[in-house]
Write a new protein. Structure first.
Length: 181
């Protein structure tokens, strides 16, 4: 093997510069093994990187367990069931914490717990819903008293009452106009 090949091999094995490899080979008379031993004594040979592998399980901070990640995503992702369940829980909380109020003008006609109103509406909706709509045209207003979520429902009920009032006033204007002619 010629000198250049020995220098190249020594560089690969010992991870040193050309100059250090040539000097070590010159000092050892061209013997490759003796040159590596000499470089080790001088501290110029870097030890090879070592890797260890094991089949034993040990928790490592930089790795995320797939099972935990999947469970976390399932909990955070909105599913149809969770969405419906959340709406249902919100509805139950709303009817437990509010009161249904019926007014005409400035007078309160009656009040009842929203739970009772919801039960009545559930069983008698075919009668109760039309009666409530017709009553809007006679100046009856509905509202809820209770938690802040009632404000959203009240704004819808007030808009329905205002609409009925507008329709009633338009009807009376047209009806009143026909009587005059």
């Amino acid at each position: 093997m010629e000198m250049m090949e020995k220098v190249e091999r020594l560089r690969e094995k010992a991870n040193v510069t050309y100059e250090e490899a040539k000097a070590a080979l010159d000092e050892t008379g061209g013997d490759l093994l003796d040159a590596i031993v000499l470089l080790e004594r001088q501290g110029k040979v870097r030890e090879p990187a070592q890797s260890t592998f094991s089949t034993e399980y040990e928790e490592q901070a930089e790795y995320i367990r797939v099972k935990d990640k999947v469970e976390e995503q399932e909990k955070s992702a909105p599913s149809f069931g969770r969405t419906i369940g959340g709406l249902f829980r919100g509805f139950i909380r709303f009817i437990k914490q509010t009161t249904f109020i019926v007014t005409r003008g400035e007078d309160t006609v009656f009040t009842m717990p929203t739970v009772v109103f919801a039960i009545l509406l559930f069983f008698f909706w075919e009668v109760l819903a039309p009666v409530m709509i017709i009553a809007l045209f006679f100046g009856v207003r509905y509202s809820f008293d209770g938690e802040e979520e009632a404000e959203k429902a009240n704004s819808i009920l007030h808009k329905a009452g205002d609409f009925a009032e507008d329709v009633r006033s338009e009807f009376t204007k047209k009806d009143g106009g026909n009587e005059e002619s």
